[in-house]
Design a protein around this ligand. Structure first.
Ligand code: SF4
Length: 797
């Protein structure tokens, strides 16, 4: 059995292999190319000329069909479009690599995707290629001048590429050469904790489990992931309140609900097929409430692209009430709604709240009620920006619903009080016992296809002792006990020179993370950065002293290993695990699957210090799933059940009305309304996505739901603020963020007057990530507060 001290001994023996990394504390020399790289870390402004155009008032419809076809034909051609689009999200097909919205439990239609899913697939299955010749032709410096859309448009990377120390270009390298290079650098570190292993939410359960095993056998728990940036606050808040950090609903619950509150979420762009469920619910008489600073098109009206007869009609109204909450006014508005409910309950002799549920299944109610009584209406209305009348209407909908669901996304989690926001939503559900029965529950909606599954199978810097012991027992080693770094802490550790090797399993770390300039400096201080990727992005250009790009298979592609064709498995946002099997021939014969790449790195790095049969695992993923079954509860008969059409749900006690907290009860948690004193000229900025975007991937420069075309550098402002700050529509401005006496700048954005509450602003990321201070994070979860940025606006010359 290998222990951590054995490893450290092995590292010492290897000392001569990487003498440049022995010098603890010595600042890494940033060569000229990398210095230029840091300067090019922000998205290029080249060609970014946004204009205000027509705004679609109904989501999807003909326009979505047109965009789907246009993208498919442009990127893949007719035949590939047909093959991929008829297979995506089908029971024996591949899982959409975009968001984590679940597929129907029963029968599926022949078209089980949305416009954004089709774009994601076209993007991956493109026929364009980035070959070694491409890298010979373009230096890293030249590529940095291009915008993010141009970079991704170049197509799929076909071969492993190495940027040597001091080199201006990437050059082709063999797979074995790449693995040996990684092994040499990893084994040359003074401690395993000088490496971080980042995971994006596209990685399958099988890849994520192997990756976690590799990092821990190597000796570190430095396993940051994109969940650290999107729903970490949901995981923590829910676990403390109800005992599990996941949704408590199934997809069928949406059609059974009488009320659905969609809070801080824009499903029309971020989880488009959710509109199908909301449409079904609305047609069943469910009352849908949108609580959001911006009135988003998807929440107003929807035309289902498959309902041919309805395409010419006016569309289905979705939300019956829009609650225009200020940015981060959610605790205030929810407290207002709950105060109405509690007061009404008292007036009607206890017939509004579910007192039996509160008594038997919860604790903390009396304290919670006393806090509501103490909270004044003036404070609620002022902090939420929502009138008493609208709050009363929302409360009436909640009180009239036998079955209520609350959903949310990053409008809730990306604040310093993100965990408090989540727990306040749970309080709202607990008041009428709206967790643990059909048609009711809470649902954080995840934005990347397997971000939830990756966490379930072990991607976390602080997995439970139970998981770690089980993993150690299964593979005969002693996993490291010390907790590792999350995303923010990893960036800080790289910046401080305490982490020297960065490995990214998918994603675009640079664009996804806060404080772009600081993060780019952090990456540039590494001795080696490794990106396992399908397409070129800015993250490949802001590198450590040396850098590797390891090109991998995409979800759409056939995955043939030593023991035959393989499939992978993923978990959706409601905890259902199902298989994903690609259908296209790989973009290049040189591509490897993510499990094969991880196995290659592990074999080369842990050579002689591991008893794991890495190649055997990569040769047949059933073996990986057998190990997952032994280590992670809920995966009994994994290989059999995942082959059942549609897959299986993981256990979820709150869904059954049981709360696996320490006391066995759900908790009402009291939180104060967050107060922020803004100076006269300050606003609170939230980062948002355009409709032509999936997470950090930019598909185009249009946002038809907000009437923006031809560029992305816009800032949406209330007209009262524009007048007050002397700003004109279309004027170019710079945005300056303010945090603990520091300022950060993002330059040249066009002012767009918009229906957003006063003192609030919105602008697209990743362009505005540069404004998010690395230290501005949610209490408890350490999630970047990307939707709570205090800014001022100045005219740009
Ligand atoms: S809703 Fe999400 S998972 Fe479904 S097709 Fe659209 S982008 Fe893909």
């Amino acid at each position: 059995m290998m222990t951590r001290s054995d490893m450290e001994e092995a590292h010492k023996k290897d000392e001569n292999s990487a003498p440049d990394q022995r010098d603890e504390g010595r600042p890494t020399v940033v060569d000229a190319d990398r210095a230029r790289g840091v300067r090019g870390a922000e998205p290029s402004r080249r060609g970014d000329e946004p204009k205000v155009t027509h705004r679609d008032k109904t989501a999807a419809g003909f326009h979505a069909i047109y965009e789907t076809m246009r993208f498919g034909l442009e990127e893949m051609g007719a035949r590939r479009s047909l093959v991929t689009l008829k297979t995506i999200n089908q029971k024996d097909g591949f899982d959409c690599p975009s968001c984590a919205w679940p597929d129907p439990d029963g029968d599926r239609s022949v078209v089980e995707f949305c416009e954004n899913g089709a774009k994601a697939v076209s993007w991956e299955a493109t026929t364009a290629r980035v070959t070694p010749e491409f890298f010979q032709k373009h230096s890293i410096g030249e590529l940095l001048e291009q915008n993010d859309l141009w970079l991704e448009k170049q197509g799929r990377i076909t071969q492993p590429m190495l940027k040597a120390a001091g080199a201006a270009h990437y050059e082709a390298i063999s797979w074995e050469g790449a693995f040996e290079h990684i092994a040499k650098r990893l084994n040359g570190l003074a401690s395993p904790d000088e490496a971080v292993f980042y995971t994006s939410g596209r990685a399958s359960n099988e890849a994520a489990f192997l990756y976690g095993l590799f990092a821990r056998e190597f000796g570190t728990n430095n396993l940051p992931d994109c969940s650290n940036m999107c729903h970490e606050s949901s995981g923590l808040g829910l676990t403390e309140s109800i005992g599990i950090g996941k949704a408590t609903v199934k997809i069928d619950d949406f059609a059974k609900a009488d009320a659905i509150f969609v809070i801080g979420q824009n499903p029309g762009t971020c989880h488009p097929r959710m509109l199908t469920e909301l449409q079904k619910a609305a047609r069943n008489g469910c009352r849908i409430v949108s609580v959001n600073p911006l009135p988003e098109t998807g929440m107003i009206k929807f035309k289902h692209p498959q309902e041919i007869l309805h395409l010419l009609g006016p569309g289905t109204p979705i939300a019956c009430l829009f609650v225009p909450v200020r940015v981060n006014g959610d605790v205030a508005v929810l407290k207002g709604i709950m105060k109405e409910m509690v007061e009404e309950d008292e007036r009607l002799g206890g017939s509004v709240l579910d007192h039996e549920f509160i008594t038997h299944h919860t604790e903390g109610f009396e304290e919670f009620k006393a806090d509501l009584a103490r909270t004044s209406w003036e404070e609620i209305v002022e902090a939420s920006g929502v009138s008493r009348e609208i709050i009363r209407e929302a409360a009436a909908i909640a009180m009239g619903a036998k079955r209520m669901i609350c959903c949310w996304a990053m409008g809730i989690t990306q604040h310093e009080n993100g965990v408090e926001n989540v727990q306040t939503i749970v309080n709202f559900n607990l008041l009428r016992g709206q967790i643990g029965r059909a048609g009711a529950g809470v649902c954080p909606v995840r934005g990347h296809s397997n971000v939830q599954g990756d966490r379930t199978v072990g991607i976390w810097e602080k997995m439970s002792d139970k998981f770690m012991n089980s993993l150690g027992k299964e593979f005969g080693f002693e996993p490291p006990k010390k907790h590792g770094h999350d995303t923010v802490r990893s960036i800080q550790a790289m910046h401080e020179g305490k982490v020297k090797v960065f490995v990214g399993l998918g994603g675009n770390f640079l664009a996804a993370t806060p404080d772009t300039k600081y993060t780019s400096e952090a990456l540039a201080r590494c001795t080696l950065t490794v990106q396992i990727s399908t397409k070129l992005n800015r993250g490949h250009l802001i590198t450590g002293e040396e850098a590797l790009i390891l090109p991998c298979l995409g979800r759409t592609e056939r995955d043939v290993q030593k023991e035959g064709e393989q499939f992978v498995t993923v978990e959706d946002t409601v905890g259902k695990v199902h298989l994903s099997r690609g259908v296209l021939e790989p973009a290049s014969a040189e591509l490897k699957s993510e499990p094969a790449i991880i196995a290659g790195m592990a074999r080369a790095t842990l050579d002689g210090r591991t008893t794991v049969d890495w190649e055997g695992l990569a040769g047949n993923y059933d073996r990986i799933r057998d190990h997952i079954e032994h280590v992670v509860p809920g995966f009994e008969q994994y290989n059999k059940r995942v082959r059942d059409p549609g897959g299986f749900y993981l256990p979820n006690e709150p869904r059954e009305g049981r709360f696996p907290t320490k006391t066995g009860k759900a908790h009402f948690v009291v939180h104060a309304i967050p107060r922020r004193r803004l100076e006269e000229n300050q606003l609170v900025l939230m980062t948002i996505r355009s409709h032509d975007q999936f997470n950090t991937t930019i598909y185009g420069e249009h946002d038809r739901y907000r009437g923006i075309s031809g560029g992305r550098r816009v800032v949406f402002l209330n007209e009262i603020d524009m007048k007050r700050l002397n700003l004109r529509e279309n004027q170019w401005v710079n945005l300056i963020s303010h945090y603990e006496g520091e300022t950060r700048r993002a330059e040249r954005f066009r002012v767009v007057g918009y229906a957003i509450p006063p003192r609030c602003a919105a602008a697209y990321y990743p362009e505005t990530n540069v404004l998010v201070p690395i230290r501005s994070v949610a209490r408890g979860s350490n999630q970047p507060a990307s939707k709570s940025i205090v800014i001022t606006v100045e005219g740009a010359g």
